[in-house]
Write a protein that binds this ligand. Structure first.
Ligand code: AOF
Ligand code: ZN
Length: 430
């Protein structure tokens, strides 16, 4: 899968639209004629961004209905299990208004019975002019069948001008359909000399305001945020969404990787800070702890802090195995959690936000799909908080594996966010 992302676009969507809501729909890329199919497809794409945080694991699809050069209805995929974009757009209109209209939808309409009935059936006998389709659905249950059915009815007009952007925006969905596993994105901000924080850990923000807004938008797009316990006990991050001027609908699940049980054995002062900040959460938190460490703490039931952790409805403790590489142990632990029961929907994606050691483990084990890298133009001059820093010891015990230093990754996207650079990097370009 090669992405040819247009300037101003990122894997999170149209950056200007996200961090600058005043821009509204005034973002039509250069060279796209007003009222052309591409023009309306782009508007459908923007309309699909509204529910990106609640539609997953479904793709966040946009659909618009156009008649006499006027948009008469908008639709966006609703939360998992609910209506698809086409049905939302259709159900707002009386059937007779649909006559002579054109439908623009970013993903091939589905042809299967899932939690919802097939969208292809919506178009029958409505005297619609055509259905312009932005991208093929990778779901094996659909995969071209929707386009085929609509072609048979003389309605299908595939137009893949924005197919790369649509795929990028719904990348976790595409990867999950193709690889049948959760999607891992890494995110960090660094200085020109590669520091992710200063050596005294006193520096909170590397990147500028626009990058931060974009990061918070990304947070709501992913199902969960994963950080290491070291980062939690240094920064006490809230891991919530803030600083966004536009509407968002949900905070991500917080995941803390704490193989050695640092959080179970932290000081009273640290316990209080955790209670006031990271653990003060509307959303449930998942703590990954090694099985042998857990068994050491399990019988200390007279300890108030352990009681607070173990009896807390908001905290799910998920065991990890010491015999596996870090990222595999996290993945296999995630796979054992019943997300539908705990969170009301299946799990699809995680954004790994740090610290440097946990990020390095994902890179060392080559287990990631995408990097969102922010580079801020200044120097910090530290040593401790760089990737693969020799000063902080590795998370991977008894591992001799070295990262493949020769490997070149693929820069799928680049953007200026005021005075920062955003690079979005994939394993390769296919
Ligand atoms: C569409 N329009 O807006 C979306 C589609 O279980 P279901 O019925 O919700 O089906 C989920 C699948 O439908 C999903 O895996 C993907 O293939 C497709 N998503 N299709 O026609 C939409 N979100
Ligand atoms: Zn559908």
């Amino acid at each position: 899968m090669t992405f040819r992302l247009k300037a101003g676009f990122s894997f999170g969507g149209w950056i200007e639209e996200i961090v600058n809501p005043d821009k509204g729909n005034d973002l039509i890329p250069e060279g796209i004629a007003t009222f052309s199919d591409e023009y309306y497809l782009f508007k459908a794409f923007l309309s699909g961004m509204k529910n990106s945080c609640i539609a997953n694991p479904n793709p966040s699809v946009g659909c618009i209905i156009v008649k006499n050069n006027k948009i008469i209805s908008y639709g966006c995929t609703e939360k998992w299990g609910d209506r698809h974009a086409e049905r939302v757009a259709f159900e707002q209109l009386p059937a007779d208004l649909l006559e002579d209209s054109t439908i623009y939808v970013t993903l091939e309409p589905c042809s299967h019975v899932g939690k919802q009935p097939p969208c292809v059936n919506l178009f029958q006998n409505k005297k619609i002019k055509k259905v312009v389709i932005g991208c093929k659905d990778p779901n094996p249950l659909v995969s071209g069948e929707g386009i085929k059915i609509l072609t048979g009815q003389g309605l299908a007009h595939p137009n893949f001008t924005f197919a790369n952007e649509i795929k990028a925006f719904n990348y976790p969905f595409f990867i999950q359909q193709e690889k049948k596993r959760p999607f891992f994105a890494l995110k960090w901000a660094q200085t020109l000399d590669g520091c992710l924080a200063d050596d005294l850990n006193g520096w909170k923000w590397i990147s500028g305001e626009m990058s931060r807004k974009y990061t918070h938008w990304l947070r709501q797009k992913y199902d969960a945020i994963l950080v290491g316990a070291g980062t939690v006990l240094n920064d006490y991050p809230s891991l919530d969404i803030r600083d966004l001027d536009i509407q968002f609908k949900r905070n991500p699940i917080k995941m803390i990787y704490d193989p050695g049980g640092k959080i179970l054995s932290c000081s009273i002062e640290q316990q209080q800070k955790l209670k006031d900040k990271t653990l003060k959460s509307k959303q449930k938190i998942i703590l990954f702890i090694c099985e042998n460490i857990l068994s050491k703490f399990a019988n200390k039931t007279n300890n108030d802090w352990l009681k607070f952790i173990f009896d807390n409805e908001k905290i799910i403790i998920s065991q990890i195995q010491t015999t596996m590489p870090v990222t595999e142990s996290i993945q296999s632990s995630i796979e054992k959690i019943n997300f539908i029961q705990e969170f009301g929907r299946p799990f699809q994606s995680v954004l790994v936000e740090g610290g440097p050691r946990l990020l390095s483990a994902f890179i060392e084990e080559n287990n990631f799909d995408l990097i969102h890298l922010f580079i801020a133009p200044f120097f910090l001059g530290g040593e401790k908080n760089k990737l693969f820093s020799k000063i902080t010891k590795s998370l991977i015990k008894n591992e001799t594996k070295e990262i493949n230093k020769e490997k070149r990754y693929y820069i799928a996207n680049k953007a200026f966010l005021n005075n920062d650079i955003l690079l979005e990097i994939m394993q390769n370009n296919n």
